[in-house]
Every structure is written in C-alpha cells, then in structure tokens.
Design a protein around this ligand. Structure first.
Ligand code: ES4
Ligand code: ZN
Length: 326
C-alpha cells in the first residue's frame, strides 16, 4: 500500500502512448451513438469481453473500430483532454503522444479537424496545470510508404506541433526498410525519429530501424532478448527502449508478466522505460504498469526510480525544457 502510494506519487514520463488507445469503452459507445456509427458492441461489458487478444492484429481490429467513432473537432478535444487529465492524476509530468491521422482519413476526417481538437486540449492543459506534451506523428505501416509521404507533406502546416515521427500498426509483414524514404524525408525536416520494432517482429527489425531508418529510440524492442549481439549494441549505444509491460502481456508477446525481461534489461544496463501503449485496452495507465511490475517482478524502489529517470532522459525534450520540468 505504501509502495503503491509511493509509485503513484513518483514523477513519471510517458513516451509510448497511442492517443486512440486511450479511448475508454464508455466514451467509445457514447461517440458511436452521437455520430451514428454502427459498431458490433452494445455495452461496456461487450467491449471488455472483446479485449481478450491473441496477438497484435486481433487487438488492432478493435483499436481501429474504436477510432472510427471519432469524427468532430470536439471528439478529438475530449479524447486528448481525458488523457491529459489522467496525466495530472497519475503525476505524468511529461507525455509524448502518438497521433495517427491515417486512421481517420477513410471516414472523411481531415488532418485540420484532428489537430485543431488535439492542440486546443493541449493548450488548455498546459495553461491550467502546466502539463508538458510533445506530439509524435505516427504512420501506419500496413499502408504504403507513398501514403505516408503524402501525409508528411500534408502535415507541414502543423510542423511545429510535432517533435518526431513514429511507425506503428501491424509489424510482421511490414519491415522497417519499406519506409526508408519516409524517414529520410522526416530527417530533412529536422524531426526526431522513432519506430515500433521487435514487438512481434524479429530482432533484425530492430537493427534495421537503427541502420536503415536511423531511429534514435525503439518502441517496444523486447524481442532484442533473442539476440545477444543486439542487446550488447543497445547497451553500448544506450538506445532507449519504450517498453510496455501490460501491453506485452495482453498481446501475448510474453506469456506472463513474471516472465517479462524489463528488469533484467535494466540490470544489464540498457536504457529501458515503462509506458502504457493503449491504456484503455490493456488494463491500465502508467501507474498500473509500474505497480504490476512491483507485484509480478518485485521491482524495488531504486529500480522504479531508474526506470522513471530513463524516461525523462530518453524523451525528446530539449535540455532547457527538461530542466524546467524537474
Ligand atoms: C499498437 Cl501495441 C501496438 N503495436 C503496434 N502498433 C500499435 N498501434 C496501437 N497500438
Ligand atoms: Zn505502440
């Protein structure tokens, strides 16, 4: 109990959060009704039952269905504001949030509608309680590189609101090398670079994200444990991994949290961080991820502090912004 209170009060940093993954089931149903979007779920209990995932794709099917109920600027404002209120509640001083505009395009929702809603919520949270937020423009790898390049171009009027680009969605059949031109174009625009790799994909996807895309940080990266030479490289170069423990359990990347390698990686000297990924679908926000590590793996206070410190260190904040926070 004391331990729990202490973890809840610890200043935290979230580096791996898909904003659509923070859409609560009750909100999802409410918006489906308001926007007259037909969905095959009638109640919160129905949606919770649908949260028994067997792999990444089984989750993505529900995740994209959920995101399809978001249509208006106000919908995007409230989605962002609900999550930012949770940041205040959980002492998440800084959040780097992935925005995935390609998700809404099939429903005629424009980038301007999405960004006007998100930016208004972020402005309010910054003004009301000093919330620190950076946005990551995240591309869907099951779509083409040309579609990603079109969006990168379309996003130019919103350039100042993004610190980085990311790459998410179905990893297995969509290796990093398919997005080389996208990452080189983003680098030209002085955007920072991250990508999902080594969640369901093999360790070579992690090295390719580093070598072919030139990413500075790896989202997930847990399958690096299968390749000793890669682990050594990640340790040597202190490449941050944005690890998502509850996500990995729910998507069967690991069998149980007891078998999760995050604390071993920390003890080996890798720059690992704790993150929530899609908290509305995976059973918890950042506090729940930290407390689960304590109960399942016996995480000690100094380990929790090191994980949190790694988060701030691995963020895309500039040195001055970081100093202002801490
Ligand atoms: C995701 Cl857990 C995960 N992996 C890859 N892409 C994603 N998008 C939302 N959650
Ligand atoms: Zn993710």
């Amino acid at each position: 109990r004391r331990e729990h209170d202490w973890l809840a009060a610890m200043p935290k940093c979230e580096l791996h959060l898909h904003i659509d993954g923070s859409l609560q089931p009750a909100r999802l149903l409410e918006l489906a009704e308001k926007n007259a979007v037909a969905i095959p779920h009638a109640s919160v209990a129905d949606i919770e039952r649908a949260c028994e995932f067997t792999d990444l794709q089984s989750f993505l099917d529900l995740y994209y269905l959920g995101a399809s109920v978001l249509r208006t600027e106000a919908d995007f404002y409230h989605l962002m504001m609900d999550y930012l209120r949770m940041c205040r509640q959980q002492n998440i001083l800084h959040a780097e949030i992935m925005v995935e505009p390609q998700t809404y395009a099939p429903f005629g929702v424009t980038l301007d509608v999405v960004m006007r809603g998100f930016v208004a919520a972020i402005d309010d949270a910054r003004r009301e309680w000093g919330q620190s937020v950076l946005l990551i423009l995240s591309f869907l790898r099951h779509l083409s590189e040309d579609s990603a390049l079109d969006l990168l171009r379309e996003a130019q009027p919103w350039r100042e609101h993004f610190v980085a680009i990311g790459l998410a969605s179905a990893e297995r059949d969509h290796p990093p090398a398919q997005f080389r031109r996208l990452y080189s174009a983003a680098r030209e625009l002085n955007l920072r670079l991250t990508a999902h790799a080594g969640e369901e994909g093999p360790p070579t996807f992690i090295s390719d994200a580093l070598d072919v895309l030139g990413v500075e940080r790896i989202d997930h990266g847990v399958r690096a444990v299968e390749e000793a030479s890669l682990l050594e490289r990640l340790r040597q170069d202190q490449v941050p991994l944005t690890v998502c423990p509850l996500s990995n359990v729910r998507l069967c990347v690991v069998d149980t949290l007891q078998q999760h390698p995050i604390l071993d990686l920390l003890e080996q000297g890798l720059c690992v961080t704790v993150n929530s990924d899609d908290p509305a679908y995976f059973g918890g926000y950042l506090n729940e991820n930290y407390t689960a590590l304590r109960s399942a793996l016996g995480m000690r206070r100094e380990q929790a502090l090191a994980l949190s410190r790694n988060g701030f260190h691995a963020s895309f904040l500039g040195p001055d912004q970081r100093a202002d926070l801490l």
